[in-house]
Design a protein around this ligand. Structure first.
Ligand code: F0G
Length: 375
């Protein structure tokens, strides 16, 4: 069977769904792992650097991996409505999957601090958009209480099925590289995704030995699983925006701020899990300034042809710094997750491109000299 129909169909045996559950899917997952060619050269470093381009999921972010699971389960359990607090991507994804499932979606978004593309999605998919005069953390507090007051299923990453869906990104990476990378770098906000990846890598490490006994007993060590007996797992590295970096401060941040609105979060819900993932993997957290984040976003777009939203670029900004300073050593295989598509936040992109557009007369001569001047 060749048609790809989403990650529940593909990984059903590794996900908590019943045999007769009808997956609510938009064909999420199966995103490209792109090897960067130019940035390692620019850095003068010999690393195998990949980006997992999660912006190519159906609604343009990694949230779809979790949402297919959360909405499939919510529908199975008879729920008629879902709710989330969101910096934008979760609301876009919840709105789309709810539409697909014939459910109602309520989304709480922080006043004026969500990127336009994300808001457009929530509206078009028919979500009830409730803008609150408060930030993501305030919205999250309300949503957590709401389950006791109204018949709505929470689809933020505190919903355990979200992390189950998101762990499949790690499966895909291990399948494609035929091993785990040495380092996996992610932007961290609520800290669900770094947790989900660690779950996925741990399961993949165990599962490959299953393959050795089940599937590989007749391949005499020739199949792709044969070289992967040892359960190698990556070192997990989480990068936060400096103005929203509770993992760096070692405590919650009351008034988080960053240009990367997706990760403008001061009270991460998966605080304990993410510390555990970091410690178990021998990893670390670090912070990136808004300038570093935007510079990495521009580099990726201009040097590699890959357009991600600002929050996503934190993974590459941090990785570039840690590769340069040797914390990530030469010869390493490094995967950075690009969590969301660049088109999510056109305003920030255009603000950075003030001098990128020249206005000239609509005449052959003017265009010709513009070309010759610039070649
Ligand atoms: N990158 C993007 C583009 C995001 O939208 C988010 C989270 C993250 C990174 C951080 O992932 O929370 O699992 O650590 N966005 C959530 C939302 C909070 O509401 O869309 P995390």
């Amino acid at each position: 069977r060749t048609r790809y129909t989403g990650l529940i169909a593909k990984y059903r045996d590794r996900l908590p769904v019943s045999d007769d559950a009808r997956p609510i899917s938009l064909g999420e997952g199966n995103t490209p792992l792109i090897r960067l060619n130019n940035i390692p050269k620019d850095l003068g470093c010999d690393v195998d650097l990949y980006v997992k381009y999660e912006g190519l999921n159906p609604t343009g972010s990694f949230k779809d991996r979790g949402m297919t699971m959360a909405v499939t389960r919510a529908l199975e359990e008879g729920s008629q409505a879902i709710i989330c607090a969101s910096t934008g991507n979760t609301s876009a994804s919840a709105a789309a999957y709810a539409a697909r499932a014939g459910m109602k979606a309520f989304v709480l978004i922080p006043d004026g601090k969500i990127a336009m593309g994300k808001l457009a999605q929530a509206i078009m998919h028919g979500a009830e958009v409730l803008q609150i005069a408060g930030n993501f953390d305030a919205g999250m507090r309300i949503v957590k209480d709401m389950a006791d007051h109204a018949p709505v299923t929470i689809v933020n990453s505190i919903n355990p099925y979200r992390l189950q869906g998101q762990k499949t990104a790690a499966f895909e990476i291990v399948e494609e590289l035929e091993r785990a990378p040495d380092y996996h770098c992610l932007p961290v906000g609520n800290a669900g995704n770094i947790t989900a990846h660690w779950i996925g890598y741990c399961e993949a490490a165990g599962r490959r030995s299953d393959h050795l006994t089940d599937a590989c007993s007749f391949c005499h060590g020739q199949c792709r699983y044969a070289s992967a007996i040892v359960g190698d797992r990556p070192t997990m590295v989480g990068y936060q925006a400096s103005g929203s970096a509770p993992f760096l401060r070692g405590e919650m941040v009351e008034d988080p701020d960053t240009v990367a609105t997706a990760i403008r979060i001061g009270h991460p819900q998966s605080w304990d899990y993410a510390w555990k993932a970091s410690q178990e993997s021998g990893g670390w957290f670090d912070e990136c300034s808004d300038e570093e984040i935007l510079e990495a976003q521009r580099w990726l777009a201009a040097r590699e042809g890959v357009f991600c939203e600002p929050a996503s670029a934190a993974s590459v900004a941090g990785a570039m710094r840690d590769i340069r300073n040797g914390k990530i050593p030469e010869g390493s295989t490094v995967v950075c997750t690009l969590t969301g598509h660049g088109l999510k936040d056109p305003d920030i992109a255009i603000q950075q491109s003030a001098n990128a557009i020249s206005t000239i007369p609509a005449e052959l001569d003017a265009v010709r000299s513009a070309i010759l001047d610039r070649l």
